[in-house]
Ligand binder design. Sequence first.
Ligand SMILES: [Zn+2]
Length: 258
Amino acid sequence: MFTDTHCHLTMLNLAPYAGDLDQALQEARDAGVTKFMGISVTLDDHVALAEIAHRHADVGYTVGVHPCEDREIMQQATVEHLVELAQDSKVWAFGETGLDYYHSVDYIPDQKACFARHIEASKIAGKPVVVHTRSAKQDTIDIIRAEQSRHGILHCFTEDLTTAKAVLDCGYYISFSGIVSFKNAQDLRDVARYVPLDRLLIETDSPYLAPVPYRGKTNEPKYVPFVARALADIYGLTAEEIGFITSHNFENLLNIRY
Ligand SMILES: [Zn+2]
């Protein structure tokens, strides 16, 4: 049992499956994946993701706008619009939202405002936010605190222990991607060791960041057990145990209602 809490189901390379996403999902199930959260990067993504999620009981999705999108696209994500889209029961979370000063420093005030609106929608709808942060850790923590967000995932975690502790204190879950399996990621594994087992999640972030031994190849949900395997070594557990624990954590996160 493994839950891929972050996969871009509309961006996968489906060439090996003759363009058929259902086959890619089936291969993932055959590898033990029991749940998938498809992630939006623009509001328009909800159309395709809703179609997928309503055909597959084990697929849910998010609604939101990524901080690397243009200002105009970010502005479409009003609180009202986000909350309205989240009426669909297959919407499990908002995002991915957050701050990215690595790819874009042009729209920092827009990124901050857009992130805050996702948090506001999260609080109204009672569904968590999926947060992306890059080269912006202090501002990310500041907004989570200022907006009193207590229901979220810091996804594809690559930050330091101080950042991990700060978001854990806010009630957040921390999700690791294939990066934690990379040879040169010892610092990240040292941080992972301190994340409480009951706040741990795993993801592929596919089609990006394939875990070892597929590093450099296009990623897909069926590889999420390899993320579990990398964490298993850190915690002294089996990959299956990490899969069970993180799947259980994800259920808890979705069931929290504030
Ligand atoms: Zn992503």
